[in-house]
Structure formats: structure tokens, C-alpha cells
Design a protein around this ligand. Sequence first.
Ligand code: PEP
Ligand code: MN
Length: 335
Amino acid sequence: MIVVLKEKTEQSQLDNLITWLESMGLSIHASEGQNSRILGLIGDTSAVDIDLLKALEIVEDVKRIQEPYKNANRKFHPADSIIDVSGVKVGGGNFNIIAGPCSIETDEQICFVAQSVKDAGATMLRGGAFKPRTSPYSFQGLRDEGLKLLLKAKKATGLPVVTEIMDLSHIHLFEEVDVIQVGARNMQNFELLKEIGRLHKPVLLKRGLANTLQELLMSVEYIMAGGNNDVILCERGIRTFETATRNTLDISAIPMLKKMTHLPIFIDPSHAAGIASLVKPLSLAAVAAGADGLMIEVHNDPPHALCDGAQSLTPEAFKEVVETVNKIRPYACKY
Ligand code: PEP
Ligand code: MN
């Protein structure tokens, strides 16, 4: 980190600043230019409050040289992380598809969809039991009953299951869940992230609707700082001025995140587009750009789905997407 000081700085003020910075365990390298004085801060600056420094009377500007995320940073961990999801390898050249309905609705529905997506090539099953809905009057999910049905489908198919947690108080219900999903709306629920960081269970962290990639990686840092390194990232579309699609899929998040982090990156084209016919083109784009996996919503009867029917594929359409994805996988970008 570099601190540029204002031209007229009293020595006593500078001494106070240096003493304060040194008390944080940093070494200070001061240099004098013709018109400015610069302090180079050497050591772990991740706990330094950059805004507080900038607000000091004698400080002109502060620049971070190193990213504030450490555990997720590719610089300190050049090799791709490979995450073991109950025997399924994720990342590091392994390609996976998570598929299933937006919400678990009935025993028949989840078991039928689970078997169909497995037959088509999905390697993990998704299904929401606790649903974050914009309206309190919309279907909120079957909650603990839904989790039981999802675990039944897991037993029947052998597919690891991915489902979303919305509140800390539900954590005890997720023991047999293979991957805990933290949804876009909870990406910055730091207390939830800290608690999940203490678990020994893979996490799928979705990017928030209006969050930068650095913010996503700082949220990852909350989980990894607690000792849980098994984090899968998921880009699911962000808010832009465009209204023709539900969100805007940020394809550049794939090559950027590949530079920034060693963790696997999935793309969710269903929530990005909000329109079933867009799921195939967006999936192909994501795979070509080098995503480690996809998360796709599939429903046995999309027009009658209790949640997100417009973006859900039928099992037949899903099978076709998987077949086409497999054709282009050999040409995908590698990092
Ligand atoms: C979901 O995957 O069911 C979901 C609600 O996604 P998101 O958090 O991306 O909106
Ligand atoms: Mn959904």
C-alpha cells in the first residue's frame, strides 16, 4: 500500500502516523520526491482501513498495490483448486452441470426431474426448499419438508444435492446436503458467511445482483478465513439498464475471475436470462469462455412451475443443451 502525503506536513504529524502504522505490524519505507512525500507500507495491509487513512489531514491519497483478498487470490495459490463434492470433482479441468427445478414442489416432481437430469448428464441436483422471493405472497418453498424430498431424490439417484440456505437458524437442517448455496441476495450476509466458514462442507456462492467481482471475492474471504476452502463461485447475471432479460450475464466474469482466483467458476444462465430459449446460447458462451460448470433450472412442466417457470427447461430441452455443450467443450478457453 502506498500513502501519498500532502506537501505541507508537519514532522510531528508524520511521526504520529508512522507510529500508528507500525503498531499494526507494518514496516514503513519513506521516500521524498521533489513535490511529494510517499510512504510505502510493507506487510499485511488487509486490516488497514483505507478510508480512514485517506481522511487524515496530512494524507493526499492512498493506493492499494495488493488485492485485499488473500485466501482466494490466485497469486498465492497458482494452481486451480479442485473441490470434492461427495466424490464429484469440481474445478481444475473437471466440468460439471448442476440441474433441477427452481423449487422442490412434490415428491414425484423432484424425483422425476432428478432422474431425467441425471440421465441427460447432470452431475449434481439442485432444488430450492427455502426460496428468496421478491414478493411475500409468492410461493416461499416447502422449507424443511422440501429438504426431506430433496434428500430422497439424492438417495434415489446418487446425485449430490445443492440447495440454498437463507438463515443461520436453519443450518442444522443442512447436514446431509452436499453443497450449501448462498444466493445472490445473501452474498453479503457476513454473519451467515462466517458461520458457513466454520463448516466442512462445499459452498456455492452466487454473485450479488449489484456486486463487483472484488466484492464477490471478499465474501469468499469470509468463508475461507473461517477454514472452509471449498468454495465454488457462480455468476448468475447482474442488474444493468437492460430490461429485455431478467439480468445481464457477465461473461467477462469468467476470464477475469480465472485471473483473480483459483476457485471454480460456474455460470447460471437460467437466472441470468429469465427466458428458457436463452439458456442454450448463454450456456454455450459460458462453456466456450472456460466456465468450470453450469447451473440450469429444469422442470417437468414449466408452465405450471411454482417458481421461475419462464426460465426452466423441459428435460428434453435440457438434454439437448448438454449434448451441444459437450460438442464445444474441447474448444473451450483454458487458463
Ligand atoms: C436460485 O438459484 O434458486 C436462486 C434464487 O438464485 P439467485 O440467488 O441467483 O437469484
Ligand atoms: Mn429460480
